[in-house]
Ligand binder design. Structure first.
Ligand SMILES: Nc1nc2c(ncn2[C@@H]2O[C@H](COP(=O)(O)OP(=O)(O)OP(=O)(O)O)[C@@H](O)[C@H]2O)c(=O)[nH]1
Ligand SMILES: [Mg+2]
Length: 308
């Protein structure tokens, strides 16, 4: 059986009003661009398609321009092209554009009708995005209000998320969304359990991410992200590539970083995934003579993950 057969490509559609953050999200989590505060807005004209292969599955991403003239076409004469065979539909909304809330609901409802027609099984996500712009004390009230307004008279199951490209949220939510359509969860869980059991009381955390920072697996509650942020991981990835280039491409991309009382092992794999393992610094000191064995186990886990 071919890999392609097991993992057909997945169509992911981003739609939402202009300036709600679609292209920025795609650039950050899919292309690994590090988002900058106050970045100039560059409107998407018509739409852009991006492809990325993740764990053997091709993601076919549609970034739809959010200006009214485009939204009317996407939900109108182009609707079959846009809304057919959709696996994941992501609707983005900027909570500070309160004036546009009814327009946002209008295009959301229109999209849901088109999905009913062309892709009734699509997973539907609504991102209440740019959460960094809301004062912390208002986040629950504002997002609660918007969520209940958008849900009014909608019977479809919508999954709501609060996101920002300036926090870990977008990388965690992207992982959650992808886990619903890709089959890596069980295998990643088994691999990380195996490592934790083979090095009892030594390994405190195992995370599997994309090299752009999307969190695909964590042995712990995902609400407790790693000591390294997705952006830090991204920066390390870039320096690892530079290092690799200056070394003629022969050296293994393996980092060992001390973070407070822990040691982070970070390994970038050729298949675009990254493995992060935290072990206690104290443990390592105590078990100095066993360090080689710890390294061996970690490398063996890396090798298993590189097969995805
Ligand atoms: N503060 C903040 N700004 C963001 C965030 N995400 C995107 N932005 C900014 O919002 C503006 C619009 O972002 P885009 O990603 O271009 O918006 P879009 O939805 O693709 O817009 P169209 O292509 O016109 O549909 C840019 O200036 C981004 O830098 C976020 O999480 N927080
Ligand atoms: Mg755009």
């Amino acid at each position: 059986m071919s890999f392609q057969y097991q993992n057909p490509s997945k169509k992911i559609v981003f739609l939402g009003l202009a300036e709600s953050g679609k292209s920025t999200i795609i650039n950050s989590v899919i292309e690994g661009t590090i988002p900058q505060l106050g970045e100039k807005y560059d409107a998407t004209i018509n739409y852009q398609r991006k492809k990325k292969t993740l764990c053997g599955t091709e993601l076919n991403i549609f970034d739809l321009g959010g200006q009214t003239r485009f939204l009317d076409r996407f939900t109108g004469d182009l609707s079959e092209f846009v809304f057919s065979d959709v696996d994941i539909f992501i609707y983005t909304l900027d909570p500070l554009q309160a004036i546009d809330l009814s327009r946002a609901k209008y295009y959301l409802e229109l999209s849901l009708e088109r999905l009913d027609q062309f892709s009734p099984k699509a997973n539907i996500h609504v991102l209440l995005h740019k959460m960094d712009l809301l004062p912390k004390r208002l986040i629950n009230n504002v997002s609660g209000y918007i969520t209940s307004y958008l849900k009014t008279e909608i019977s479809k199951n919508l999954q709501f998320h609060k996101t920002s490209v300036f926090s870990e949220s977008i990388y965690m939510v992207a992982g959650e969304i992808l886990a619903q359509v890709l089959d890596f969860e069980t295998d990643f869980h088994l691999i990380s359990e195996e490592l934790i059991h083979s090095l009892p009381n030594i390994v405190s955390k195992v995370q599997i991410m994309t090299q752009e920072g999307i969190l695909l697996h964590s042995n712990e509650n995902k609400d407790n992200p790693s000591n390294l942020s997705a952006i830090q991981i991204r920066k390390l990835y870039e320096s690892s590539v530079q290092h690799l280039v200056s070394n003629g491409g022969n050296e293994k991309r393996f980092f060992s970083i001390e973070v407070i009382d822990q040691i982070c092992f970070l390994d970038f794999l050729d298949n675009g995934l990254a493995l992060l393992i935290l072990i206690s610094n104290e443990t390592e000191k105590v078990l100095k003579e066993e360090t080689t064995s710890i390294y061996d186990q970690i490398i063996s886990i890396s090798n298993q993950i590189s097969l995805f």
